[in-house]
Design a protein around this ligand. Structure first.
Ligand SMILES: Nc1nc2c(ncn2[C@@H]2O[C@H](COP(=O)(O)OP(=O)(O)OP(=O)(O)O)[C@@H](O)[C@H]2O)c(=O)[nH]1
Ligand SMILES: [Mg+2]
Ligand SMILES: [Zn+2]
Length: 291
């Protein structure tokens, strides 16, 4: 048997990469019976039929992580891409991406792309908010080739998902990281009849420099309804860190006296936008629970 990794799945076929070779495989019937669905990113053992070089997935190794959207196993980190302009950054959505990355056990790297379009210092504003919150953040420009090598270094030997709204430059960044990828980007697909930037197939792409990446289509909404009300705060790490110092143990960090979180916001150690988004998502999660 050979050991490999599933890089693509289409219509019941799984494409398993073993070194430089890719084998077309079916899943063993047993998986179907046990309702186990092989995922892109799965490390597997396959048995090859010598006659036609197709194979069967015989065994799937335990997964370290399992994403639902996109459906990929064993992802270690997410690069969450936003643009300075075109489209304008939406920090509320960025905070949701960060929340979900953390919830799913992924390390997050924020990538602020299109830095060439920054005229009024907006990029530094965003940079400060997320540096303060403890995130790793990289400023990039595909047009001026800024930050690309730094980003590339962060991908080495990891499985990384690129996520973020449509049109921010996820596919363009990947094309710049490795020029032979030729992923479809905004300009090309806009010429097609669909008239929208699109990245559709879930595929694991191996980088020459080591590591794997997954490009995803842009999301403009993200559900957080499965997150428990009293757990939400853990995903706003800088708020969580402060909350242990509040006077009341049941402090909701909203109106109570002696709230250290509010104090940190007043002293600008926690950013107003992060705090506001925390409170609004808390309300959202509470409202869902009630019905
Ligand atoms: N000015 C500028 N434009 C960029 C930069 N990076 C990408 N673009 C442009 O932004 C547009 C969208 O880029 P894509 O790479 O298709 O965006 P995407 O995030 O993959 O979009 P979806 O696949 O729809 O989610 C294209 O026209 C790119 O040429 C950049 O750094 N600066
Ligand atoms: Mg794309
Ligand atoms: Zn408090």
């Amino acid at each position: 048997m050979l050991e490999g990794i599933i890089i693509k799945g289409i219509g019941g076929f799984y494409y398993v990469k073993v070194g430089d070779r890719i084998y077309e495989c079916r899943a063993r019937g047993l998986f179907r019976k046990n309702k186990i669905i092989p995922l892109v990113g799965d490390r597997v053992l396959i048995k090859i039929n010598k006659e036609d070089n197709t194979g069967y997935v015989e065994e799937i190794y335990d997964r370290t992580t399992e994403l639902i959207r996109p459906p990929v196993a064993n992802v270690n980190q997410a690069v969450i891409v936003f643009a300075v302009k075109k489209p304008d950054p939406n920090l509320w959505l960025l905070d949701r991406f960060l929340l979900l990355a953390s919830y799913q056990g992924l390390d997050a790297i924020i990538c602020i792309n299109k830095s060439d379009l920054d005229v009024d210092g907006e990029i530094d504003n965003i940079y400060d908010i997320y540096k303060k919150a403890g995130y790793q953040i990289i400023k990039t420009s595909c047009t001026n080739r800024i930050g690309i090598d730094e980003l590339k270094r962060q991908l080495k030997d990891k499985i990384t998902v690129f996520a973020g709204p449509s049109g921010v430059g996820k596919s363009t960044l990947l094309n710049n990281i490795q020029s032979n990828l030729k992923l479809q980007t905004g300009e090309i697909s806009q010429k097609t009849s669909r008239g929208k930037h699109t990245t559709r197939h879930v595929e694991l792409i191996e980088l020459d420099s080591g590591g794997w990446v997954v490009d995803t289509p842009g999301f403009s909404t993200l559900d957080i309804d499965f997150i428990k009300e009293d757990e939400l705060i853990k995903y706003f790490i800088e708020v969580y860190d402060r909350s242990s110092l509040c006077r009341f143990s049941g402090c909701s960090h909203n109106k109570e006296p002696g709230c250290e979180v509010k104090k940190a916001v007043e002293e600008r150690e926690i950013s107003q936008s992060r705090y506001d988004n925390y409170l609004s998502m808390l309300q959202e999660v509470k409202d869902i629970r009630r019905y």
